[in-house]
Design a protein around this ligand. Structure first.
Ligand SMILES: Cc1cc2nc3c(=O)[nH]c(=O)nc-3n(C[C@H](O)[C@H](O)[C@H](O)COP(=O)(O)OP(=O)(O)OC[C@H]3O[C@@H](n4cnc5c(N)ncnc54)[C@H](O)[C@@H]3O)c2cc1C
Length: 400
């Protein structure tokens, strides 16, 4: 296939693999460069609301995902101050029918594995593991990407480059070196529990969100409900990049030891063996997401706090919009690609900024203390589950 129909994607994370499938579905040849030798098991649970699952279903991934994904019946909002549940938002089959796509929770590795299997089956996608994006030069015929495998360098001609290489993006660094991730002052502690060893109240298929003083806790089933994913968000100063540094369980237990956390929440914390830490970094609004024939996508463009559970969702939406824009640009017109990519950035930025604001605000609300926590709990109870859920419509009902 001609270079005019070849797109290079840097990064085989959730966004990069979805972009590859979306672009190939529109008739492009795609080369995916991934610096990891193999796609890691690292990470834990991800939530995929209907705005994102709809795209994956349309790409034909449902049969690969349903055996491992869990459809939670509800989101239980729990308040440490109140000592238990203050609202239960129904999800499950009824919500899926309403939104026209499922709400799924799953292990990140299961999602990435399903995407990778679909990519491997596609004749027009070339996934190169252990192959790092290194440099790019723009010219009249498109662009030339330099990739490195060990000590060997190779060049590839393409029409466009998509930087889907995550928060520490080398592609973004090439375009906008002044933009650097900022530490949020929060640390996500993650671990999993064997669901078969827990009483039923902990393992029912729902998402539990515990809000408490200066911290919160999220737990939900993953891996065909055989495991419970537990994430605790606490303030801290430890700020190394990465997703899976080992953490000292006692440090976390101490953070939740206070009598202000009910025994059920402390039990979840105490039951996890093998905590991993992930310092939460975010990107400032970078303004432009593209430069010439190069576009950024997912965390490379807009890494945000995970409190709206939309990190993967926004990367998946970006991928679908990017492919749609490129497919609508006329024929093999290399000269038109920069304008097409600019259009993609314009279409995405407003929505992503709004989700980012919502995530930040949600974090502040979860961590309230004293009379403000009481006011929060009363407001949630007064609102009721259906109105609470309707507040998410603008996120979940998004369509391509
Ligand atoms: C190992 C890992 C574990 C994670 N665990 C969780 C989790 O448990 N829960 C959660 O909510 N989010 C997790 N995340 C983040 C989450 O996947 C993202 O926030 C979201 O899915 C957006 O994905 P993305 O594709 O934009 O970026 P990412 O998922 O970060 O993917 C970026 C990919 O680019 C690759 N890459 C980086 N630099 C280069 C380069 N120079 N050349 C080629 N490839 C490169 C990386 O190896 C990675 O595979 C994790 C991310 C990673 C990488």
């Amino acid at each position: 296939m001609a270079a005019a129909r070849t797109i290079i994607v840097a990064g085989a994370g959730i966004g990069g693999l979805t972009a590859a499938l979306s672009l190939a579905a529109k008739g492009f040849r795609v080369i995916v460069l991934e610096k990891a030798e193999r796609l890691e098991e690292a990470g834990a649970g991800l939530q995929l609301s209907p705005n994102a699952s709809r795209i994956l279903v349309d790409l034909g991934l449902r049969p690969r995902l349903t055996p491992r994904a869990v459809t939670p019946e509800a989101i239980s909002i729990m308040s440490a101050r109140a000592g238990g549940e203050i609202a239960r938002l129904p999800l499950g089959e009824a919500a899926s029918l309403r939104a026209g796509a499922p709400y799924w929770v799953m292990h990140r590795a299961d999602l990435q594995g399903a995407l990778q299997a679909q990519v491997n089956d596609h004749p027009d996608i070339d996934l190169r593991l252990g192959c790092q994006f290194e440099d790019v030069t723009l010219h009249a015929k498109g662009l030339t990407v330099v990739q490195r495998r060990g000590d060997a360098r190779q060049q590839e001609l393409a029409a466009a480059l998509v930087g889907a290489d995550g928060i520490w993006s080398a592609v973004r660094n090439h375009l906008f070196p002044q933009v650097q991730p900022q530490f949020s002052g929060l640390i996500a502690w993650r671990g999993t529990l064997d669901a078969t060893t827990l009483p039923r109240e902990y393992t029912s298929p729902r998402i539990q969100l515990w809000m408490g003083p200066d911290a919160h806790l999220v737990a939900y089933p993953i891996s065909a409900a055989r495991q419970i994913n537990v994430v605790a968000i606490v303030p801290g100063t430890w700020n190394r990049p990465g997703w899976s540094a080992p953490g000292d369980a006692n440090e976390l237990k101490n953070a939740f030891a206070s009598h202000r956390w009910p025994a059920t929440a402390r039990m979840l914390i105490g039951a996890v063996d093998g905590w991993r830490r992930w310092a939460l970094f975010t990107l400032p609004d970078i303004g432009e997401w593209t430069d010439g024939s190069i576009a950024l996508l997912g965390d490379a463009a807009h890494a945000m706090l995970p409190f709206a559970a939309q990190g993967a969702g926004m990367a998946i939406e970006d991928a679908a919009v990017l492919a749609k824009c490129l497919s609508e640009s006329p024929g093999d017109n290399i000269a038109g690609i920069p304008a097409t990519l600019k259009r993609y950035g314009r279409l995405r930025r407003g929505r992503v900024l709004r989700v980012r604001r919502a995530a930040r605000q949600q974090g502040r609300i979860y961590h309230l203390t004293g009379p403000l926590a009481l006011a929060r709990d009363l407001a949630i109870k007064a609102m009721g589950p259906q109105r609470m859920l309707a507040r998410q419509d603008w996120i979940y009902d998004w369509r391509l």
